[in-house]
Design a protein around this ligand. Structure first.
Ligand SMILES: Nc1ncnc2c1ncn2[C@@H]1O[C@H](COP(=O)(O)OP(=O)(O)OP(=O)(O)O)[C@@H](O)[C@H]1O
Ligand SMILES: [Mg+2]
Length: 401
């Protein structure tokens, strides 16, 4: 059989997916079941900004654990806000920035400026200059801006609150003039916000929306809605949907629930059947660990992945709970040879380790007794090594393509 024939055959084989992309993490659904009251709360908090443009701005924090709709809620709100502003002739823009991907004050501010001016250079400006540029843009075009700083914990965990200080100082400077900039701060855990200095904390105005984990039936409703958009009719029945809801309800995590649904669908496609059977859900569950989100690997650079692989190999080889940075470095150098990559320097390696820790893919601690001197010990959370290694190999294969 010719290879192109295999392609044709696969394309013709039945699939349960009407549109797989509707299950991806990047897709923002048009409605958010069970978040209506939180959406309304956000709208209420912004009423003043919309009623009397320029007279006030707003600062709101959204918090809640992994996969419970913080990003989706904020983006949905942004859409509603822009639509309302548009019909009321208000030039308002919602800009959503992910602080995990844009890791520095400069990159985040550049992203905001980039929204208005796609030609802004990649370097050559200081954060202050970018703020100045933004100021000028907003003034000259009479723009009102809502900036959502998503996954802000990642900056705060690095003890880098400078961006927040900048933005707050900048918006405070507008207090006597036209107030153009509002902030939505999104964090998983509010403890990092509590560590900010008193002035910054009080300026956050205590407008806070907490998203509680979803129950099994709420997850079922969410899946039901998403299944309508992403799957063909009759390819899943509601018992199976609520089975997924049950499994994911342990953590109340909608992302986990959606990934289970997607993987179960993939199993149905593999077997060329037209409906998602409970057995496929069980297989999908055995396949994923709630801490290993599939999008995490896609976001890691090649060398982050090679370092992670080195850690896994070390832990497997020694059947140990922890390994040292020294050991990891030796294995990393070997892996780089395998992948024909030139290894990065020690300091860069250290940065990668810190990044992986921030993503909760590894844990670190300072060595205790039994090891001479102080060294950093690296371990993995409770995700099984073999699963992690499998995901990583898949992702590295993608990188090689
Ligand atoms: N109420 C809901 N209705 C429909 N889809 C939802 C709902 N809540 C969450 N989702 C979906 O679940 C997935 C995870 O949601 P989201 O990315 O907003 O989580 P998060 O709280 O930002 O998680 P993280 O802390 O990991 O960033 C997304 O695909 C989102 O569209
Ligand atoms: Mg999020």
């Amino acid at each position: 059989m010719l290879l192109t024939d295999i392609f044709e055959e696969e394309l013709r084989s039945p699939t349960v997916f009407r549109d797989e992309s509707k299950l991806s993490a990047a897709y923002v659904p048009s409605s958010l079941p069970h978040r209506a009251s939180e959406l309304r709360e956000l709208i209420r908090l912004f009423l003043g900004v919309m009623k009397n443009p320029g007279e006030m701005s707003q600062r709101v924090t959204i918090s809640g654990s992994i996969g419970i709709g913080k990003t989706a809620l904020s983006k949905c709100f942004g859409k509603v806000l822009e639509e309302y502003a548009h019909t009321h002739n208000m030039n308002l823009h919602y800009v959503h920035v992910n602080c995990r991907r844009k890791k520095s004050r400069f990159l985040i501010l550049r992203e905001v400026v980039h929204h208005f001016n796609p030609n802004v250079p990649h370097r050559g400006y200081s954060p202050e200059e970018l703020l100045h540029m933004l100021d000028h843009l907003l003034e000259s075009q009479n723009i009102f801006l809502v900036v959502a700083l998503d996954e802000l914990d990642f900056l705060l965990r690095r003890n880098d609150a400078s961006l927040l200080y900048d933005l707050i100082r900048w918006t405070d400077e507008q207090l006597n003039g036209v107030q153009r900039v509002s902030l939505i701060l999104i964090v998983r855990d509010r403890v990092y916000l509590k560590e900010l200095d008193a002035g910054t904390l009080s300026s956050l105005q205590n407008n806070h929306i907490y998203l509680a984990p979803y129950s099994a039936s709420q997850l079922g409703d969410i899946l039901q809605e998403r299944a309508k958009e992403s799957l063909f009719d009759f390819s899943i029945n509601s018992d199976v949907i609520y089975l997924i809801g049950d499994i994911a309800s342990e953590r109340g995590d909608a992302r986990f629930a959606l990934e289970l649904l997607w993987r179960a669908g993939k199993y149905a496609d593999r077997d060329k059947v037209t409906s998602i059977l409970p057995e496929y859900v069980r297989l999908a569950k055995a396949d994923i660990h709630p801490d290993l989100r599939k999008d995490i690997f896609q976001e890691l650079s090649l060398h982050h992945q090679l370092v992670l692989l080195a850690i896994i190999r070390q832990l497997k080889k020694h059947r140990a709970a922890y390994t040292t940075t020294g050991n990891v470095e030796v294995t990393y150098n070997v892996i780089c040879e395998e992948y024909l990559e030139s290894p990065r320097k020690h300091t860069q390696l250290w940065e990668y380790v810190k990044d992986l820790e921030q993503l909760c893919l590894i844990t670190t601690k300072i060595s205790g007794k039994g090891i001479r001197g102080k060294t950093t010990m690296i371990g993995l959370p409770d995700a099984p090594l073999s699963l992690l290694e499998k995901e990583l190999h898949n992702s590295l294969k993608e990188c090689e393509k």
